[in-house]
Design a protein around this ligand. Sequence first.
Ligand SMILES: [Mn+2]
Length: 347
Amino acid sequence: MYKKLDDILKDTEAVLITSPYNMRYFSSFSGGEGFLLISKDERVLFTDSRYTEVAEKEAKDFKVIETKKSSDLTDYINNKGFKEIAIEDNFMTVSSLENLKAKTTCAYIGKGKEIDRKRIIKTPFEIEKIKKAEEIGDNAFSHILKFIKEGITENDIATELEYFMKKAGAEKTSFDTISISGKKTSMPHGVPSDKKIEKGDFITLDFGCIYEGYCSDMTRTVVLGKASEKQKEIYNIVLSAQLKGLTMIKNGVKCADADRGAREIIEKAGYGEYFGHSLGHGVGLLIHEAPTLSPNSLDILEENMVVSCEPGIYIPDFGGVRIEDLVVVNNGGCTILSKSDKNLLEI
Ligand SMILES: [Mn+2]
């Protein structure tokens, strides 16, 4: 994947990669600790003795240098005489940059967004990993439907989901599990607590896992017991918007238009003010990455992007609904990776 940096190397002598996800992407090294320094004629991976063995196994196209002292990288930059290096300015801390500047005479050019966007189109290998991660999520959801009952807590549900996913082969969760219920579902990113699940509660579960480095993401909202008329109304509007979003997601469509298509359904139903976030986002080595499916996005959907489609309605002091699938963009449509039922489940 390091070849994808060639166009950046036309403008600068080297690219310094410090984020774990880009390190993994460009070198295959999964250890997360270290740096890649990629120039026109050399690819070097610096890591410490905890990771040397795994680095040599995984990063076959890189020369692995085991770091012994904190100045190893800056000494190397000085020895090479680099004058300009591209960095991930959206990841590197100010103090790390200050340190580099103090110890070298090199200029550092922020190219973080550009570097991140190299990951925007997924390879078949990546899509397989994401598919598997999403499948674990689907299985976790089926499992949790049997687990949820009156009196257990939001935390119980979150813990069970996470335990299930790890048992099924996940490395960890791809973000903090959202497991909220009742009126709390009006908070799109509410935090699970010891609140007990009650009859008639909306329960929103937004969760995912990491499988071999790749993230999954899905959301389902269910009701414990019988749904009220108002709950059914809100749910069905969100579902219509979500289905509309899915029909919009295809190669060549502007992300802003996909967002618009789904948003219009919610606006026309009179709930526009209760849908504050964007329709979706890219998913890969990071849970939120390019492209962005939002009203102001300039991105255009392309084949083999993996994006979420997740409209919602959130009414303070009542509750909310979000339905989210993960999809692969293809020519003329998209392949939905999330298989879990989207009809309103009264459990
Ligand atoms: Mn999401």
